[in-house]
Design a protein around this ligand. Structure first.
Ligand code: SF4
Length: 319
């Protein structure tokens, strides 16, 4: 009888996971989509919309809502969920801040979201480029509100946060991405509590800046673990929570363990609101930057209403 124990078993090709109906979106074909695409090419700007293969690109780009990804298209990390290219990045583009400002002027954006790849190779992690982009956009279009979505600035967080906060973005976003138990496999280069501390630092330096964070669902997390993440975020005084379905960009990436139903997203959203977030976005297609402008306006209104309630009632003199 042949001994087959040493015969290599061919690796099974990962089966393509069928997406449920609530995830399917139309292919982008609109005129606005084409114009946004051309503008990004002309200004040599990268976007996370394309690099992350975001399912909302047709809808967002039709409205000229693109999320700019600064500091190149190559990331120094290799997270198991992310589609962005990994490797040794090139030189920082000195013209990038002006190009982002020009994009804001050309699109008339009232609210811009700027993110970046991780740049562990740079002495400041890329913080000074965020500052330059904020300053350039403010100078070109003072009424545009600015939301930044930064990396964790591993080992250089204090100085990076301090300098960015001084440039006064309206919203500082940094995503926790998943529950702490899954960090070693999903986000191996990062530390859960370091990410939380970053957001705490933003508030400590300037409580008027809104803080925002998000998690992807469907990676194998448990319901109570998500509740714990919400509590941790509230302890760090995070204002805005986003929750969306993780989608596997390629068969090489982490598999989807579960397609969370829209009803379950609604239930998570209700729990998050009860825990005291000023703003919550929770649906299968929610992404950090999806409808970010409208959500910012609602969050600002919620804070104004909360502050108004806290004003001491002054006695009116009777006639
Ligand atoms: S949700 Fe964000 S990343 Fe996706 S297309 Fe819209 S702006 Fe881009």
């Amino acid at each position: 009888m042949n001994d087959l124990s040493s015969v290599p078993v061919p690796e099974e090709a990962p089966a393509r996971q069928r997406k449920p109906d609530w995830i399917r979106v139309k292919a982008p074909t609109s005129k606005g989509y084409g114009e946004t695409r051309q503008l990004m090419r002309d200004l040599k700007l990268n976007t996370v919309c394309e690099e992350a293969a975001c399912p909302n690109i047709g809808e967002c780009w039709t409205k000229k809502h693109a999320t700019v990804m600064i500091l190149g298209d190559t990331c120094t990390r290799a997270c198991a969920f992310c589609n962005v290219k990994t490797g040794m990045p090139g030189r920082v583009d000195a013209a990038e801040p002006d190009n982002v400002a020009e994009m804001v002027l050309k699109t008339g954006l009232e609210h811009i979201v700027v993110t970046s790849v991780d740049r562990d190779d740079l002495p400041d992690g890329g913080a000074s480029q965020f500052v330059k982009v904020i300053q350039a956009v403010r100078a070109a279009s003072p009424a545009t509100t600015i939301e930044i979505l930064t990396p964790d600035f591993r080992n250089k967080m204090q100085r990076a946060v301090e300098s960015i906060v001084q440039a006064r973005p309206d919203v500082y976003n940094h995503n926790l991405e998943t529950v702490p138990r899954l960090y070693p496999t999903i986000r191996p280069g990062a530390r859960y509590y370091a990410s939380l501390r970053l957001l705490e630092e933003v508030k400590r330096h300037d409580p008027s800046i809104f803080t925002k964070s998000g998690v992807m669902l469907g990676l194998g997390e448990e319901r109570l673990e998500i509740h714990q993440v919400m509590d941790d975020m509230r302890c760090a005084d995070i204002d805005f929570l986003t929750m969306g379905q993780y989608l596997r960009p390629t068969p090489k990436h982490a598999e989807v363990k579960e397609f969370v139903t829209p009803q379950a997203f609604n239930a998570y959203g209700a729990i998050a609101r009860a825990k005291g977030f000023l703003q919550v976005a929770s649906s299968p297609l929610t992404r950090s930057s999806y409808h970010a402008g409208d959500d910012f306006a609602q969050m600002k209104a919620a804070r104004d209403a909360k502050l108004a309630k806290m004003q001491p009632v002054t006695a009116t003199s009777g006639a």
